[in-house]
Structures are given as structure tokens and as C-alpha cells.
Design a protein around this ligand. Structure first.
Ligand code: G3P
Length: 222
């Protein structure tokens, strides 16, 4: 996996569904090819398999249930993600919080299946706790900045540096993504300069009139 890494979460935005989801995926693939920057996409479950077959982008789930195969109606298992062609999954996103036991189980099951885990945290302490579970990534995202126009890189760089220090003390093999309000190449540059491996973002691209323009700006200072 290349670094820096930009992971684009389509959430359940109308602008990130249907044909628009593919418009965004095509733009992300083009910018990844132009720039050489690794760009991943986290679409709705229904688009994981089609996107993993049609695009060269790594496709992630927005959530995974730590349920074993069996009588767990409605759950989305790691095995289902793997067979759909997913590269990995977000875990414990602020909009889909899990218990510590479920986070641990999800990370363990993703690792066993050879899939990448991105555990979302909301502050330095939860970043350190998440790192203790040995995920591939911890994504620090202050919930109050999610969906806004002021990025965490601008509003609270201390939470980024604090997370980098805390995670490295607990588990140096865990990489860090910065999220919440990321909207420009400057936001991405600050996140990388502060020691993280890239960014996790949604609205600035998904809700843009021209997603490709925002994506090109995001990689412009790398
Ligand atoms: O998963 C990333 C997301 O929570 C950040 O949202 O809209 O602030 O980029 P946004």
C-alpha cells in the first residue's frame, strides 16, 4: 500500500450514491493514476463488489460486524466483505460506534482474513486504546469537525501530533490517518507533515460539483 493514503468515505450521502458514486470513483481513479497517490474509496455495501471489479482503487467497507458466519441476520461479516472484493473496512466510525470488544473482534477477524482495518477514534486517549488492538490504521477524527469547512489540520493540529505520539508509544506499527473537514491540499500537507500517513474524508469531495477538481487539489502539495 502506497503512502500517503487518501481514503474517501461516501457515507450515505445522496451525492455519493447511484451514478454519482461511479462518477466519484472514476475521478478518484484518474487522479490516483495522474499523481501516483494511493486513493481508496468506501462506498455503500451494494457498491463494494461492482467497484472492486471495475476500478483499480482499493475498496473499503464503511463498517463491519464482528459476527461469525451463522445465524446473525442482517450482519455484514468480514467473510462477506472479503468475498465481495473489499480491501479493508472502517471500524468504529463516529457515526457507527462499537464497543471495545467488538472493535477488537473486528480488527482480529479482518487481520485473519488478510483485510486492512481502519479504526476511527475521537481523541488522543481513544487513539492510544485503538492502537493497543493492533489495527493497520487509526483514523483520528474529532466528531465536532466532521462535515464542516474547518479541517482538523487547521483547527486542532495538537490532536494530530498528540495522536501520533500516543500511537507510536503504544504500537509503532500502526499508521495514522487524519480526518474531519479535510478539504484542500494544504490540509493534507499539514496532516502528512505532522506525521500521519494520509487522510480520511467525505463531504468536500462527495458534495463537490466537480469531485475531480477537489481530488486534484488534495494531492497537489504531496
Ligand atoms: O469518514 C470520514 C468522515 O467522517 C469525515 O467527514 O465530511 O468531515 O470529510 P468529512
Amino acid at each position: 500500500m502506497g503512502m500517503p493514503f487518501i481514503l474517501l468515505n461516501l457515507k450515505t450521502y445522496t451525492e455519493g450514491s447511484g451514478q454519482r458514486a461511479h462518477h466519484i470513483a472514476e475521478a478518484a481513479q484518474q487522479v490516483a493514476e495522474e499523481s501516483g497517490v494511493e486513493i481508496g474509496i468506501a462506498p455503500s455495501y451494494m457498491n463494494i463488489h461492482p467497484m472492486s471489479m471495475h476500478y483499480s482503487l482499493p475498496v473499503y467497507a464503511q463498517h463491519v460486524d464482528a459476527a461469525a458466519p451463522g445465524a446473525h441476520t442482517g450482519s455484514v461479516t468480514v467473510e462477506a466483505l472479503r468475498s465481495a472484493g473489499a480491501t479493508g473496512s472502517l471500524v468504529n466510525h463516529s457515526e457507527r460506534r462499537l464497543t471495545l470488544a467488538d472493535i477488537d473482534a473486528a480488527v482480529t477477524q479482518l487481520r485473519s482474513a488478510g483485510l486492512i482495518s481502519v479504526v476511527c477514534s475521537n481523541n488522543i486517549a481513544t487513539s492510544a486504546a485503538a492502537a493497543a488492538l493492533g489495527p493497520d490504521f487509526v483514523a483520528i477524527e474529532p466528531p465536532e469537525l466532521i462535515g464542516g469547512t474547518v479541517s482538523v489540520s487547521q483547527a486542532n493540529p495538537e490532536i494530530i501530533t498528540g495522536t501520533v505520539d500516543a500511537v507510536q508509544r503504544v504500537n509503532p506499527s500502526v499508521k495514522i490517518l487524519t480526518g474531519a473537514g479535510i478539504h484542500s491540499g494544504e490540509c493534507v500537507k499539514v496532516a502528512v507533515d505532522l506525521g500521519t500517513a494520509g487522510v480520511l474524508l467525505a463531504s468536500s469531495v462527495v458534495k463537490a460539483k466537480a469531485p475531480i477538481s477537489v481530488l486534484r487539489d488534495l494531492v497537489s502539495k504531496l
